[in-house]
Design a protein around this ligand. Structure first.
Ligand code: 13P
Ligand code: SF4
Length: 391
């Protein structure tokens, strides 16, 4: 996460790159200051033609989004990757777990390339397979594993998705978490419980605001404490067991700033991502995935005032694209997702030129067994009937 102190308003910010470091890439990585980068990216894409399909997550930099064949939230990009069997190379401008999901959903001969391997996700790193297996043993000891359905947010590693596939569970994204949790509660009879990984906030917001459960129905499993920090009785009484993970970007948005903006901007609409803390989501007017956030702004009448709580590249792009609306960022400090930001134009040019020269670089490949079970869990998500109001 990159933060720079700035006054709260107005929005009009540049991209801070001070904390970024280059990573080892075979061959020559073009310099950030290279004035020919745009032309080089265009040329390399032309040379590759239909062989390459470039996917761009909404949190990517403008300079990268310019070269995306399609943009979307993580649900849309997973579907779009699966729908391109003719592309030999899928260049994924997003983070590692998204590229893994694209590899799982595409044909074996298609190669998924992540332009910078350092583009991970701190939330996904908060749940490791060994920890989740230990948790399952504890649920078994508490006598409830038979009625627990694991649901993992897309923002998790492929082996966690595979764990969910093996244990009758599913994957969800921020646009279908409600449908996934409803599906999960239908799987093991009236005593079903959900183990929600790894984002406690998306899990809590979905359980309470979409499914009508109470906060007391949810317990938080801390993988760093013995027994998750919970007693067997607490586990048996809970309906939803939330993994203690969070997004460091969305965790920054606060009720204090929501209240300050409500006091200073008449009729401001607070629009946030469901990875925000429960009190922020409760105080917001609208909550949804990145795709939902874009659709909400696009559908609003001119003159609408917004304070948006999601990653800054997207908020800046929305503000630029909609000068007829007043859009501000819901935080006092500039806050980009530093790992999403690792994909910059030099890395994209390097990846495209390498592919055009016949050299495969930064291929993301999930091993066959993990791929099989992760695909089971992903397919259960893709088969969910309809989508929630958050798409
Ligand atoms: P979306 O699924 O809404 O695109 O969000 C992905 C993400 O990483 C949010 O932090
Ligand atoms: Fe991960 Fe948060 Fe960045 Fe999304 S915004 S990729 S959840 S660290």
């Amino acid at each position: 996460m990159t933060t720079v102190d700035l006054p709260l308003l107005p929005l009009g910010l540049g991209t801070d790159r001070s904390s970024e470091r280059g990573v080892e890439c075979p061959g020559d990585l073009p310099a950030v200051s290279d004035p020919d980068l745009v032309a080089r990216a265009r040329r390399a894409k032309e040379r590759l033609g239909d062989k390459v399909f470039v996917l761009g997550h909404h949190y990517q930099r403008d300079e990268v989004i310019e070269f995306a064949d399609v943009t979307g939230d993580s649900f849309k990009l997973a579907r779009d990757a699966a729908a391109r069997p003719e592309a030999e190379y899928i260049v994924f401008c997003g983070v590692h777990f998204m590229a893994e999901s694209a590899d799982i959903l595409t044909a074996p001969e298609q190669k998924v390339v992540l332009p910078d391997l350092a583009a991970g996700c701190s939330m996904a790193d908060m749940a490791r397979l060994a920890q989740v297996e230990d948790t399952w043993d504890a649920l078994t000891d508490a006598g409830i594993a038979d009625v627990v359905v694991p649901v993992t947010y897309m923002n998790s590693s492929a082996d966690i998705k595979a764990f969910c596939g093996r244990h009758d569970g599913a994957v969800c994204t921020s646009s279908n978490a409600q449908a996934a949790m409803e599906w999960a509660f239908e799987q093991k009879g009236p005593d079903t419980k959900v183990l929600f990984l790894p984002d406690q906030h998306l899990g809590r917001n979905t359980a309470v605001l979409d499914l009508g459960l109470s906060l007391e129905d949810c317990v938080v499993w801390n993988p760093l404490l013995p027994g998750g920090g919970l007693t067997g009785e607490q586990l048996r009484d809970a309906k939803v067991i939330l993994w203690k993970g969070h997004c460091s970007v969305h965790g920054r948005f606060s009720l204090e700033v929501v209240e300050a903006l409500r006091a200073s901007i008449p009729d401001v609409r607070i629009l946030v991502h469901p990875e925000c803390r429960h009190e922020v989501v409760l105080a917001a007017d609208l909550v949804g995935s990145t795709e939902f956030i874009i659709n909400s702004v696009e559908a609003a009448p001119p003159g609408t005032s917004w304070a948006i709580g999601t990653e800054l590249n997207l908020v800046k792009r929305l503000a630029d694209a909609h000068p007829e609306q007043d859009i501000v960022f819901l935080d006092r400090t500039v806050c980009f997702c530093s790992t999403m930001n690792r994909i910059d134009l030099p890395h994209l040019v390097w990846a495209l030129e390498s592919l055009a020269d016949g050299q495969l670089v930064n291929v993301i490949e999930v091993d066959p067994d993990t791929e099989h079970w992760a695909k089971v869990a992903l397919q259960r998500m893709l088969d969910l009937p309809g989508k929630s109001h958050r798409d």
